[in-house]
Structures are given as C-alpha cells and as structure tokens.
Design a protein around this ligand. Structure first.
Ligand SMILES: Cc1ncc(COP(=O)(O)O)c(C=O)c1O
Length: 481
C-alpha cells in the first residue's frame, strides 16, 4: 500500500491569539506558574466580534440586541467585557444568572433560556430579566411566582419549534425545547389569563442546525406567530432567533476536503488508518463502499458568524414575498440574537504540557499531555483541528495520537492521528486554538481528582500583550498607561 503524506488540519488563528502564540517562552512560564491545562481568553476580541453582528444590523437598518450565550464559556472576563458594551447575555442556569449579576449586568439586559427550575425563574423575575419560556407549564409556574412575590410584570418570549412549510416541504426537525408552532393559540390563551403578571415581548427559536433554509422557515414562522399574537390583542415587539451562526475553525479549505476524502479511503482500507482503531466518525465500510454519514462539524466554512446572519436576513421568504430583514423592518420588530460559538471566535486557546512520548508495540506514537478530553472537548463536539506545537523547532513531521491524563481507554484528546511538524518531547506545549466556544470549560470536571484549567485573560498593552487571572480582568486593563 502506498503511504500518502498525512493530511493536516491547520487551525485558523489571527489577531491577538497569533501574537500570543508567537511567544512560547512566555506561555511556558504561564503554564509553569498556573498549571496545565491552562485556558487563555481574549475578551477584547469578543467585543470586536459583537461589532461585526452590529454591522449587519446597521446594513439592514434593524434594531435589537445581541445576547451572548453564556453557556459557551465560563470566563468572567468575557462577561465583564460585555457589561461594558451594548450586548446582553443569555443565561441558561441559575449559576450563570448569578454570575452575570455579580459581574454587573443589569437585569434588563439578561435573557433567561433553557430548562428552568423555580429558583431560576424567581431570580429572573426579581431582576427584571426576559424569560424565554420553553413551555406552557413554565409560563404557568412563572405567573405563580410573579403573583406570589408581587414582582413587576415579567417580560416573556414564547420559544417555538416545529414549523410548517408552505409549498415545498422543508425539514423542521423535532426539538425537546419549545412550544410547537401549532400550539401557539393555546399558549396565547394562557398569557391572556395571566395578563397581570406576564407581558408578551415576542417569540423565539433556537435551532441546532447549520442549515439556513431551516432557520429561514423558523423565522417566517415567528413572523406569522407575531401577527397572530397581534390579532389576539397582544403587543409583541421582538423576535429572538437564538444562536448557531457558526465558526470557521480551519485555515485551508483544501486540507479539509482532502482530510474528509482520505478518511473515507481509510475506512475502506485503501490507505493506512488515520484514526485510533480506524474510527470512522460515522462512516463505515460495507461491501467495498463507504456507508453512513460523516458526523462531524463542518470545520471549514466560509459563511459563518455575522456573514451567516446576513445571509439569513437576506433570505427571500417565498410565502411572504420579501426578504426576512425587510419583513422585520416593515413591522418595526426588534431582532434579538443569541450567538455563543460565533461570538467566541478567536477568543481563546487551551495550553497543555506534553508529559510523555512513547511508542506502542504496534508502532504508534502516543503523546500524553497534562490535560484530558474533558478539558479540551473539541472531539466530543466533533470539531477536527490540529493543535500548534510549541516551541517551533526544525524536525521531521510525524503522526501521533494525543492521549489524556485519565485512566480511561477512551481518554484521547482526539481519536485522529495528528501530524505535528516534529516529534514532541516532554516539556513542550500544545496549543489548542479557538477553544473558547464550548471546548474549554463546557465539560471540564475533576474526574480522578485531576485539576481543571485555570483561566488567564490576555489583553493588549503598550508592550504588546499582558495577562491577568480571568477573575481579575476588567475592561480597562491595558489602557491605563
Ligand atoms: C437557546 C440557545 N440560544 C443560543 C445558543 C447558542 O448557540 P451557538 O453557540 O451555536 O451560537 C444555544 C446553544 O445551545 C441555545 O440553546
């Protein structure tokens, strides 16, 4: 069998993150002091990303607000940076709500989403947050809480899911969240009953899909739902279209195309395995053909983030005859968005120290790092991208498996064999770029009593960049001199 050179998946890296990576000795000293793994976040970049979304609003002459989906990252620096700007924040737990209140977020810039228990609803109502309700049961419970504690009427949104398409059928996948669009009337009946305690601000959706068409259908469904609410005597003013605008993780389209093609060949046994035990990421061989669906995030994508929002807003509704942006504008509706991943693009990296390099009986090179697959959970979110090996030194490219510090067979940082520019040695660092959205601390825990990462915030200053502990960051850092 002819051995092809190993395909690589270089991460896209720019801005302050590139400057940070250019100083490996400093990073090494940080890891020495704060331990491995170490999260590094770039709060200023999040503010810049938010501006790109604002530009799209301006282009379409729309009003409204961006709510950062806090679940994407636990960093306090991010939240403090956002408090100082115009964004709101979407919190999906009591813990997140407390966190943003402690960082100084005013209640009226907070949106409560996701599954909610009574304590979460109570605090949200107390501070005047918008409650993005998931069900009629939740609205009933909230109305009860508001009446019992005499809070001001709570602004609520009805999260909708399951939208019907007129004409050509478009898949609207079922969701465990939200009220089916066909149950809208029953939900409005409920809100009618609780007019003293709940005030309908509008309707919403969040879809876990990259498909613009499916989202356009949902937004059309929301426009129709708003119309229905108006005819029922409510005065809703906003539509919240959730998050899911996406990120482009990779530097090079060809690398991505080549990787996915060769993965298929490896599954068929036409080239050496590219993954641990020839794991196929959803693909398998059946009678000489590749079957199944590649179950990974499209790591190389051109239309992401603010561009994706632009594309959605420019989408012409076939049933309503105009672009979605025009329809929002004509009705003077506010547009709310809740990007998580999209706002954290290029906002962080995770550093892990190489602890051991060994060769197995079968000839595989295993590189063990002082971190595990919960600290860097890109693999479980199915995002395939290579780490950066630091420091840069001359050497021969080599394919290695990256293993973690848990005593578990499946604790691989990634099941892919990763091609590094040289064989690492203990003490080197691996930098996993763009971990800030979900991969950095979403799943991190103390399994086996291993430490979880500390987080350092980096910011520009007169000398290039400096850092402080995440909890010590405030938006004026670096600009005092
Ligand atoms: C209700 C809601 N809003 C926003 C988001 C953020 O999505 P993303 O990070 O893909 O932008 C999520 C993610 O799960 C969500 O559940």
């Amino acid at each position: 069998m002819r051995v092809e050179p190993e395909p690589i998946l270089e991460p896209r890296v720019d801005g302050l993150l590139s400057d940070v990576l250019a100083e490996p000795e400093r990073l090494s000293a940080m890891v020495e002091a704060l331990g491995s793994p170490l999260n590094v976040v770039v709060p200023e970049r999040m503010a810049a990303n938010a501006e790109h979304y604002r530009d799209v609003y301006r282009r379409h002459r729309l009003s409204g607000r961006t709510y950062f989906a806090h679940k994407a990252n636990r960093s306090s620096a991010f939240i403090r940076c956002l408090v100082a700007g115009q964004c709101g924040v979407d919190v999906a737990s009591l813990g997140e709500l407390r966190h943003v209140l402690a960082a100084g977020f005013p209640g009226d810039r907070i949106m409560a989403t996701g599954p909610k228990d009574a304590e979460f609803l109570w605090l949200a109502a107390q501070v005047g947050a918008v409650v993005n309700a998931d069900s009629s049961e939740e609205l009933e419970e909230l109305a009860g809480i508001a009446a019992r504690f005499g809070t001001a009427p709570v602004r609520v949104m009805i999260r909708l899911s399951g939208f019907d398409s007129a004409g050509v059928p478009i898949l609207s996948r079922p969701s465990r969240f939200g009220v089916h669009a066909r149950e809208l009337d029953a939900t409005l009946d409920l809100l009618d009953k609780y007019r003293d305690t709940l005030r309908l601000l509008g309707v919403s959706y969040h879809l876990d899909t990259t498909g613009v068409e499916e989202k356009a259908l949902a937004l059309e469904g929301c426009l129709l739902a708003m119309h229905r609410a108006l005819t029922r005597g409510f005065a809703p003013t906003a539509i919240d279209i959730g998050g899911g605008f996406g990120v482009n993780y990779l530097a090079d389209r060809e690398q991505w195309e080549r990787y996915t093609t060769e993965l298929g060949s490896a599954v068929l046994g036409r080239r050496p395995a590219m993954t641990w035990q020839n794991h196929g990421y959803g693909l398998h061989a059946e009678a000489g053909t590749v079957r199944g669906t590649l179950g990974v995030y499209p790591a190389y994508r051109e239309i992401v983030g603010a561009r994706y929002l632009d594309e959605l807003l420019s989408w012409k509704s076939s049933s309503l005859g105009r672009s979605l942006a025009t329809l929002l504008l004509e009705n003077l509706y506010d547009l709310y968005i809740e990007p998580g991943r999209g706002l954290t693009d290029q906002c962080g990296l995770t550093l892990a120290r190489v602890v051991e390099v060994r060769t197995t009986h079968a000839g595989d090179t295993l590189v063990r790092v002082a971190a595990n697959s919960r600290d860097i959970s890109a693999e479980s979110h199915a995002v395939l991208m290579d780490p950066v090996l630091l420091p840069e030194r001359p050497g021969v490219a080599t394919g290695v498996y990256l293993t973690g510090n848990l005593c578990l067979e499946d604790d691989f940082i990634t099941r892919r064999r990763v091609t590094l520019p040289r064989t690492p040695v203990p003490g080197d660092l691996l930098a996993f770029v763009n971990t800030a959205g979900y991969f950095m601390d979403f799943a991190a825990d103390h399994a086996l009593m291993q430490p979880t990462a500390r987080t350092a915030a980096v910011f520009r200053d007169a000398g290039g960049w400096s850092w402080c502990l995440d909890e010590q960051y405030w938006p004026g850092k670096g600009s005092r001199s």
